[in-house]
Design a protein. Structure first.
Lengths: 264, 420
């Protein structure tokens, strides 16, 4: 049995990481070390949970969410190394990651087993990677909107702390593309591997996934064929994530079941 | 250890005086040859804002200062009053401040490092540097790099031209391959266009009421001149529009820009309006993918850049202070170690000479016996010198350099006697 409250340990490590964003007493290097330390603690917790319950890491939405949170933090660290100005993503990713961990602790205890069939593992991994990249797209898009507002309002004071708009817009688009590809593969695996269409009962998760897929398909189509980028693409990313994506995942975590109840 | 920095800069001397002194250093090889009699090592730095000599003096520092002041084109006294002199650790700190652009006319300017490197190259090729200055310059370049990477002293623009470039970069990122349209040939417009043209633009178009003026400016900036009547068509394809015209009515209106944006497929457009009154209707800034900036905005960015550099300069000063302490300690330690090494070297030479005399007097000594005697005498020298050397080092650490020198002088053994 997984101890859900064990997942709360990294939260206590991430909260101090968020304080320098408002208090501004640490240098960039010190802040990076603090985040890295919290991330290492987070990884230890996740690994311990996997070691204790090797097959539950995918069956338990809570633990899976914790893993996504860890991967999110890993992305943040890698991005900071590639482009130091992307440390501005701290303001979005740190609270988001901490919120995910908090939701994970609210999940009911789960001791459900998991089929070891490869397709289920691929299905779940792809869906989760899709979710990770949509979260990153949300982070880039949020930062884009914030930076754009500063430029439009001629608030030049904080401009140099974030990357330029072109980079943020491009990264938003690439994250959506990769997330969309993962979501497509994962959904196809799920739909085609169930035993016959008659047994596939439409549930809330499948409906939400379908809406999410259509949402990001429209975003990609609009960009390629109509040149819709910049603010329009950023809002699309932000809304797509915060309404459909996060609600779907939160629902799965809070009910402890990946596939929520059947549609009436 | 002696180090000297003497010179004048934009703060201590007007340009006429700087020119007079700079003219002395036109033929650097001859200058370095002249300096060899009074300085064992030297480097001369001549820029538009300073003329400085950094030296390890072999004569009295006043001799070098007098030599510096004797410019060929004017009286001795007229230069001397403008010179400043730094010695020892202050000279080292001054060198680091200069290369970190903390002493520059524009704080944080990045040309000084290449100018210093050029001066160092000239000094090296004239064989005018040595172990001290080589070490100093090596450390200075790393300090310059550290200041630039760990502080923001060079990051923000301080001029109108650079402010325009910075704003464009905040939106577009790299300006390489981007297209710019300059409407008008006003002073500020030319300034910003000149800065932009240094970034490998895809194209730079210049439109002006007077086509001849446009062509003339285009040839200066490696751009293409276009008639003003066609400027509207180019708005659909460029990334940045600069307007610097005189006129009462706006040149680009809201409705016109709405239509242009549709043709541009929502690509962002940066409008930098440097005209007074403004040539772009202010309502245009409300459009989604248009970013409009005027002369006040660029001035604000430039002012904020200057303020930020001043703040970053405090961090840079702290780095220079710490690094100059460390470097001075290192140079001092090197010199002390050299002097101590000389003491041991002299002692071993004396040992070798005495042993040769002994072997001449006692030729029957076997090889084993000779080796034992050599080991014994070597150990004796080490034991005898150990305590005085330790005491000397302690004097240095306590700041008593004179006591150290007294001990080293006392330990300096006489030259080995000549063999008969």
């Amino acid at each position: 049995m997984i101890n859900q409250y064990f997942l709360a340990v990294p939260i206590l490590a991430y909260i101090p990481c968020m304080l320098p964003m408002f208090v501004r007493r640490l240098s960039v290097r010190q802040h990076s070390l603090l985040i890295l330390s919290a991330f290492i603690l987070h990884c230890i917790v996740v690994i311990l949970n996997i070691v204790i319950s090797p097959l539950f890491w995918l069956s338990s939405p809570a633990l899976t969410m914790s893993m996504v949170s860890a991967l999110l933090m890993l992305s943040l660290i890698v991005l900071r190394l590639i482009r130091p100005k992307l440390s501005a993503l701290d303001k979005v990713i740190l609270p988001l990651s901490t919120t995910m961990l908090f939701i994970a602790t609210l999940s009911p205890a789960s001791d459900a087993g998991l089929s070891t069939e490869a397709w289920i593992l691929v299905h779940l991994c792809c869906i989760l990677l899709g979710f990770l990249f949509f979260t990153l797209a949300f982070a880039f898009a949020s930062l884009y909107l914030l930076q754009r507002q500063r430029l439009k309002q001629k608030n030049f004071h904080q401009l140099s702390r974030s990357p330029n708009l072109n980079i943020l817009d491009s990264y938003n688009y690439y994250a959506i593309l990769v997330g969309f590809a993962c979501l497509t593969i994962g959904s196809i695996m799920g739909l085609t591997q169930t035993n016959g269409a008659q047994e596939l009962a439409l549930d809330w998760t499948i409906l939400a996934t379908g809406i999410l897929w259509m949402w990001y398909a429209v975003a990609i189509y609009s960009r390629i064929y109509h040149g819709r980028q910049g603010r329009w693409a950023a809002w699309f990313s932000v809304l797509g994530f915060s309404t459909v994506c996060l609600l779907m995942l939160a629902g799965a975590v809070l009910t402890g079941d990946w596939h929520l109840g059947d549609l009436p | 250890m002696k180090l000297l920095a003497v010179g004048l800069n934009h703060q201590t001397a007007p340009i006429e005086v700087r020119e007079r002194l700079a003219s002395k250093f036109t033929h650097v090889e001859q200058v370095y040859a002249d300096l060899k009699s009074i300085a064992s090592e030297a480097t001369i730095l001549t820029t538009c804002n300073r003329v400085e000599l950094y030296a390890v003096p072999s004569a009295a520092p006043s001799t070098i200062i007098d030599w510096m002041a004797q410019s060929g084109m004017a009286g001795f006294q007229s230069i001397r009053g403008h010179l400043y002199v730094h010695q020892e650790k202050d000279a080292l700190k001054h060198i680091f401040r200069v290369i970190a652009s903390l002493d520059s006319m524009i704080l944080g300017e990045d040309q000084i490092v290449s100018q210093v490197k050029s001066a160092y190259r000239e000094a090296t090729s004239s064989q005018s540097t040595g172990p001290v200055l080589n070490r100093v310059w090596e450390k200075a370049f790393s300090v310059a790099k550290k200041v630039r990477t760990e502080t923001g002293i060079s990051q923000e623009g301080v001029s109108i031209g650079r402010a325009g470039v910075d704003l464009a970069k905040h939106i577009l990122g790299s300006l390489s391959g981007k297209k710019v349209l300059l409407i008008g040939a006003g002073q500020h417009g030319k300034l910003v266009a000149r800065h932009l043209s240094q970034h490998q633009l895809g194209a730079l178009y210049i439109a002006n009421r007077n086509f001849n003026r446009a062509e003339k400016l285009a040839s200066e900036l490696n751009a293409a001149a276009i008639p003003l009547s066609q400027a509207g068509h180019y708005l659909e394809h460029v990334d940045i529009v600069l307007t610097s015209v005189g006129g009462k009515a706006p040149l680009i209106g809201y409705t016109q820009m709405q239509h242009i944006l549709k043709e541009r497929r929502y690509q962002p457009l940066i409008c930098i309006d440097l005209s007074v009154p403004r040539a772009i209707e202010p309502r245009v800034s409300e459009l989604e993918e248009v970013f409009c900036f005027d002369i006040d905005d660029l001035s604000q960015v430039a002012n904020e850049g200057r303020e930020r550099r001043v703040k970053e300069a405090e961090k840079a000063e702290a780095i220079v202070e710490a690094e100059s302490d460390r470097c001075w300690h290192m140079l001092h330690t090197d010199e002390l170690n050299t002097q101590i090494g000389d003491v041991f070297k002299n002692a071993h030479e004396l040992q070798a000479a005495e042993l040769r005399r002994l072997y001449n007097d006692l030729p029957e000594l076997s090889q084993v016996q000779r080796e034992a005697i050599e080991r014994y005498s070597h150990a004796l020298i080490k034991k005898i010198l150990h305590n005085p050397i330790q005491t000397a080092r302690q004097h240095v650490e306590a700041g008593n350099v004179q006591q150290f020198q007294n001990i080293i002088s006392a330990l300096s053994v006489p030259q080995p006697p000549k063999e008969s």
